[in-house]
Each structure stands twice: as C-alpha cells, then as structure tokens.
Design a protein around this ligand. Structure first.
Ligand code: NI
Length: 395
C-alpha cells in the first residue's frame, strides 16, 4: 500500500475521534490567551497518542515534535490556533457552545482537532517518513499582539530553524472536499487607528465661539481617503475604514472632542509604514489648520501574509495528488488578516484553506458569525492532508 493510501486509511479510522475532539472543543471555547482548559485537553490528547516531551509555549500554547527516520535531516512545522471569539452562538446542535458569549466562530476548533488527528497519523507512520514534524498549537490568534509573535519570541521557530511552516484555515465559502491555495501575497497587514480630535465645545447656536470638532472630524474622514485614492500606488491594494465615531454632544451642544476608530490594511511593509506617517501628518495639518488639536495612535497589528512560491507550488501539487486535481482551487487575495503572517516573514510558509461549506446542507454562514458551522465531513481529509503535506514538505 502506498504511503498516501495508508494515510487515507488511517484518517478514515480516526474520523469519529477527530469529530468528537472537534465537538468537545466547540462546546468549551475559550477567549484569546485564556485557553487554559483547551491547553490541558490538547496536552492530554498528545500524550495519549504517545507524543513525549510536550512543552508549553506563549502561555496557553503547546509545542511538540514527532521524529521520523533520520530525524535531524529536515524539520517542518504544522500550526493550529486554539482561541475562540466573544460571540454568543445562535446554532442549536448537539455541540453548541456551553460557554455563554464565547464561540468557536472562526473554526479554530477544526484546526486544533485536525492537527491532533494529523499528529496521530504521523506518530503511527513515523517509520515511513524522513525528518521531524514540529507541532505548534498557539494561543491568541484573534487578539494583538497575536500568539504567533509570542511563539516566535519564545523560540518556536528556532533550535533548529524549520525549513517551512504550514497552516490550515477553514473557509465556509468553499465546499467541503475542496482545498484552496494561493502562491505569494495572500492576506493583508492590519493596524488599528485611534484618533482624538480636540476642539472647544459650546452652544450649537453660536459656532463662532467654539472650535467644532464634529466639522473637523468630518473633513478628516473624507480627506484621509486620499491615502487610498491618491497616495497608494494604483497596483497596491489599500483599505482605510472607520467604524466608530463618537462626538457626544446634542442637537444644540457642540462637544469638546470627537474620537474616531478605524483599520488600515495593505500588502507591503514599506508602504504600510509610509502610510502611517501620511495619516499622522494629514491629521495634524488638517486639524490644526482648522484650529483644533489631534492625537493619533496607530497600533501596529499583523504583517501581510506571504505564501512562499516554491513551497506553496510543491504543496498544491501534493494536495492535488492526495485530493484529486479537480478539488484544488486557486484563492483570491483578501484584506482580512491572520497572525500566521508573522511566521511567513521568518521562514517559508504556506497557509491554505479547507473547504467546510455545504450548500445542500445549508451550511454557508461566514466565519465570525453566530451561525457559523461546518460540514464535519471535511474532517475526513483535513487530518490526512495535513500529515501528507508535512511529509511532502520534508522531501
Ligand atoms: Ni481564524
């Protein structure tokens, strides 16, 4: 029997166990950097498989290795994320979240149970591949500074440095059975912008006695769109969106200040930093020109995510061999962000998508939605595929 057939057979055998693990995690979600019970659950599962020397990393994360033949010849990493979101689940299933206001609405329960399944397959077949697979279960993907940045700081990609890192993420827009890849730049960098426009409040009937921060903030929002429409190169996708404005006056009261909160996203580090400077200088010049004062706080988030061309090409071909070429799709670039991006700036990385939707079963809600769910049939191949990709990346 070929190695891929052995992997397929094992992934069928462990399907019910992977499904049970996923359901347990789904019922017991924990917020970013508070994954205490999840960490215990994953540790117990790894030890039950027979994986030794499981270490804690980044607080509530775990790291371990599975050594194949000639373990020192090559090293690759498989990564899953552990955290859930502050969302009240609105699904009623056998496995609905038991934790009020917390939900695995981004599929990290799927990523964790799939990686546990892949670990079991790799451990069982460790005499059949060459090299070492490092397993990274990281906390806090959903919250700055991102668990990935902490894993890197604590040496998760060192001693020795792996030749590659592979991550899987659910995609409800893609039918279960399909797998998506994109070579090169894939997801955006993300930064949080907090602006306070300070004026001088007073009676709305006598604007000449005040410095109106509402009018200044209005000009500011419109003018800041020049960052996107005039200053970004036309071939550089850039997004600047403000989702929160607070100017707490009244029909006849001009407030003292207005606060704005927004997000800035793009795909190039140099332009990203230049854009921050442009945003700050435009805020200062425009607001001071209108008589006000301004404070700008830009909190730097995740970098853009780049899939290594060579590694991704190799894994896409390996996935086609495993899943059938007709089940492999090319993905579009997207302006959402993911902390896996940190890893891709340290070692060659590949972040691919697992189809989990099913139109016939009406499973289509997007991630971060209280109705998000998956077609669990995707767990039949999510484990074996991860193991297969890891083995291929070691060649
Ligand atoms: Ni996610």
């Amino acid at each position: 029997m070929s190695l891929s057939d052995k992997i397929k057979q094992t992934s069928q055998e462990i399907f019910e166990e992977v499904k049970a693990n996923r359901r347990h995690l789904h019922q017991h979600p924990e917020l970013s950097f508070q994954e205490f019970e999840t960490q215990k659950f994953v540790r117990a599962a790894l030890e039950k498989i027979g994986i030794e020397d499981v270490k804690d990393i980044a607080g509530t994360g775990l790291i371990a290795e599975i050594k194949g033949k000639e373990a020192n010849t090559a090293l690759t990493c498989l990564r899953a994320d552990l955290d859930a979101l502050p969302i009240q689940e609105k699904n009623t299933t056998e496995y609905t979240s038991c934790n009020a206001g917390i939900m695995h609405a981004c599929g990290h329960d799927v990523h964790t149970s799939s990686l546990l399944g892949a670990a079991k397959i790799l451990h069982q077949l460790k005499d059949e591949f060459t090299g070492t697979v490092r397993l990274i279960f990281q906390p806090g993907e959903e919250k700055l500074p991102g668990g990935a940045s902490m894993v890197i700081k604590e040496g998760g990609l060192a001693n020795p440095t792996p030749k590659s890192i592979i991550g899987q993420h659910v995609m409800p827009e893609l039918e279960a059975g399909k797998i998506g890849f994109r070579k090169g730049i894939y997801m955006a960098s993300t930064d949080e912008i907090y602006i306070t426009v300070k004026g001088k409040g007073g009676h709305g009937a006598m604007p000449h006695q005040n410095i109106d921060p509402i009018v200044i903030a209005s000009h500011l929002i419109v003018n800041l769109q020049q960052v996107v429409s005039r200053w970004a190169k036309p071939d550089m996708p850039t997004v600047l969106s403000f989702g929160k404005i607070i100017g707490n006056g009244a029909t006849n009261v001009i407030p003292d200040e207005v606060t704005l909160e927004g997000t800035f996203r793009t795909f190039n580090e140099e332009w990203r930093m230049a854009a921050h400077d442009k945003i700050k200088s435009l805020c200062k010049n425009l607001v001071e020109g209108m008589g006000g004062k301004v404070e700008v706080d830009i909190r730097v988030g995740y970098p853009f995510l780049k899939n290594d061309e060579k590694l991704t090409g190799l894994l896409q071909a390996a996935a086609a061999e495993y899943m059938g070429a007709s089940n492999i799709v090319d993905l579009d670039m997207r302006t959402t962000a993911e902390d896996f991006a940190f890893y891709t700036h340290v070692v060659p990385g590949c972040f691919y998508r697992l189809g989990v939707g099913n139109a016939a079963k009406s499973i289509s809600a997007p991630v971060h939605n209280p109705h998000f769910d998956i077609d669990e049939d995707a767990l039949k191949h999510s484990t074996g595929l991860m193991a297969w990709l890891a083995i291929n990346s070691l060649k």
